[in-house]
Write a new protein. Structure first.
Ligand code: HXC
Length: 511
């Protein structure tokens, strides 16, 4: 018996070496960890249970029947815990056929996807791979298709997270693209459908892998990735932090963590956050971190469309999604990128029953041909649609400007905002004073005295929260220093909110 037990240990030991020490050393020399080292860091110590360690490919073409058969076939799969909560994980092993996807490799991922969906727990994929296993041809393509189908079925049921930690090309890109979040490691990871060589052949462009699909491109320009991290260790630890904000499924509540931050805490520095000059910016992130528990804010897409800020925080230990116009960038205007970014975030929160807190300071939608030709109408409508369909608790605080259509869009009362507050500095109007006066008193434009008087009249009448409050569009005008307390109380009151949209197969959000 002893030798049988020892034989198992030896087989496991060999399997854990993946493509062998030489390839592991090469992986380390590039500043990357191996698949198993990554899992070890991601999960609670000793919690990983591996499945299918001895699975091997069954390919026979191109000498594959005579070549190496490496156990685990280029992907390490299983489950474990993050701060005690179950998550499923698969990690591509670049040391085995470059982490490429074979038929059996795909079956291992599918098994984990099926288990995650059946058992309602998040799934995290760690990517570092060269696409379809070239020697397997169509069997690999079929494998990808099966993985994609499972991504779609799981969407909105369990959180799906992708972390790109090396090459991610060809068939490998579309599974992450259908998950909720994509994160990348700077300088060692890249994502593209077709690589630099194919680009050169087809379009004659000369471009490096980093320029084509590195973290800097995808976190800023394309917005494919939600954040970039400096190295494997930082990225994996941040995934643990993110999981702590998320519910395990759409039928679970987000976990509640102990907090030492008093929900009734006043912050008098907020009374001077909004400058006297309405054209002067301020940093809305200061407001966010002063309102949420212990200033802990996990920002999503921080480097893209910076005129809107989205991310997760907690109030009284429970997760909230924060959406905030950022006056520091383009005066917080809504444009195509900001609308798409916030719409996707709002929809994620709604899928997973995460209440949404919205801080509003928005001068309107961005004018111009670039925006109109780019489809601002359709993209702006995404955010409007997302807020309007959301049934989770929605608490809104207007700190300064809420002008025009953007007022309606940003979780207004008219889109079923549950509790809508305004600071005394709020200005809720069709537009700013200058634009308004120049239109309705066009005949007085040459007379500066008259224009000044008209502007003052407009400001006094409309640039305040009170016209909206008179109509009940604002539930209460609140003191800035008490914002945390008022938002926390509103969320507590809304904890058992029940609201259902009419039955439908699915909606038709303007894509
Ligand atoms: C089989 C592969 C492989 C693949 C890499 N390897 N990619 N084996 N199928 N797709 C193997 C290599 O033979 C090598 O084996 C080892 O992995 C490491 O690869 P290197 O090239 O030495 O590494 P590196 O220089 O770092 O380059 C990494 C790479 C490159 C950029 C990913 O390997 C590459 O371009 N691979 C091919 C990418 C590709 O065209 N994939 C198919 C995409 S089409 P040894 O034994 O030497 O260690 C696709 C269609 C699916 O995916 C569409 C579905 C919708």
């Amino acid at each position: 018996m002893k030798h049988i037990i020892e034989a198992l240990d030896q087989r496991r030991e060999a399997a854990r070496l993946g493509g062998g020490q030489k390839r592991i050393d090469a992986q380390h020399a590039r500043g990357k960890l191996t698949a198993r080292e990554r899992i070890e860091l991601l999960l609670d110590h000793g919690s990983f249970e591996e499945f299918d360690m001895f699975v091997q490919h069954r390919a026979t073409d191109f000498g594959m029947d005579k070549g190496e058969k490496i156990p685990a076939d280029g992907v390490v799969t299983g489950w474990g815990t993050i701060n005690g909560r179950t998550v499923y994980v698969f990690a591509k092993d670049f040391t085995v056929f470059g982490g490429s996807l074979s038929e059996t490799h795909a079956q291992k991922i599918m098994k984990i996807q099926d288990m995650a969906l059946k058992n309602r727990a998040p799934i995290i994929g760690l990517f570092d791979a060269g696409g379809a296993r070239i020697q397997e041809g169509v069997a690999a393509l079929g494998g990808y298709g099966e993985v994609f189908q499972r991504n779609v079925l799981a969407s909105g049921v369990i959180p799906q997270i992708s972390l790109i930690m090396g090459p991610c090309a060809g068939g490998d890109v579309y599974s992450p693209a259908m998950t909720d979040f994509i994160f990348m490691v700077r300088d060692t990871s890249y994502m593209f459908v077709t690589g630099p060589d194919v680009v050169k052949t087809v379009t004659n462009e000369t471009v490096t892998a980093e320029e084509l699909g590195g973290a800097s491109v995808h976190t800023t320009k394309s917005s494919i990735a939600d954040r970039g991290y400096d190295n494997d260790v930082e990225a994996l630890l941040q995934m643990r932090r993110l999981i702590d904000f998320l519910p395990s499924s759409n039928t679970d509540e987000a976990p509640e963590w102990p907090t030492f931050d008093d929900a009734e805490r006043y912050d008098h520095s907020l009374d001077t956050l909004v400058p006297d000059n309405p054209n002067k910016p301020y940093d809305v992130k200061e407001l966010i971190t002063k309102v949420v528990d212990e200033g802990d804010f996990f920002e999503i897409q921080e480097a893209h469309a910076k005129n809107i800020v989205v991310g997760f925080g907690r109030m009284e230990g429970r997760t909230v999604g924060i959406v905030a116009n950022q006056p520091m960038v383009l005066a917080g205007v809504l444009d195509i990128d900001a609308s798409r970014k916030a719409a996707r975030f709002v929809r994620f929160c709604d899928c997973f029953s995460i209440p949404i807190v919205t801080f509003v300071d928005v001068p309107g939608f961005l004018p111009g041909t670039a925006q109109e030709y780019g489809g601002l109408i359709k993209h702006g409508a995404k955010l409007l649609f997302a807020y309007a369909e959301a049934t989770v608790p929605k608490v809104t605080v207007i700190t300064r400007k809420a002008f025009g259509g953007a007022y309606d869009v940003m979780a207004s009362k008219h889109l079923r905002g549950d509790v809508n507050y305004a600071w005394p500095s709020a200005q809720i109007a069709v537009m700013g004073a200058k634009g308004a006066v120049e239109i309705i008193f066009r005949q007085d434009i040459g007379d500066s005295e008259k224009i000044a008087a008209r502007t003052k009249e407009y400001e006094d009448r409309f640039l305040s929260p009170f016209v909206a409050a008179e109509r009940g569009y604002i539930d209460e005008v609140i003191q800035p220093y008490g914002t945390r307390k008022r938002v926390a109380r509103a969320l507590a009151m809304l904890r058992h909110k029940e609201l259902e949209n009419p039955w439908k197969k699915h909606d038709n959000i303007p894509l």
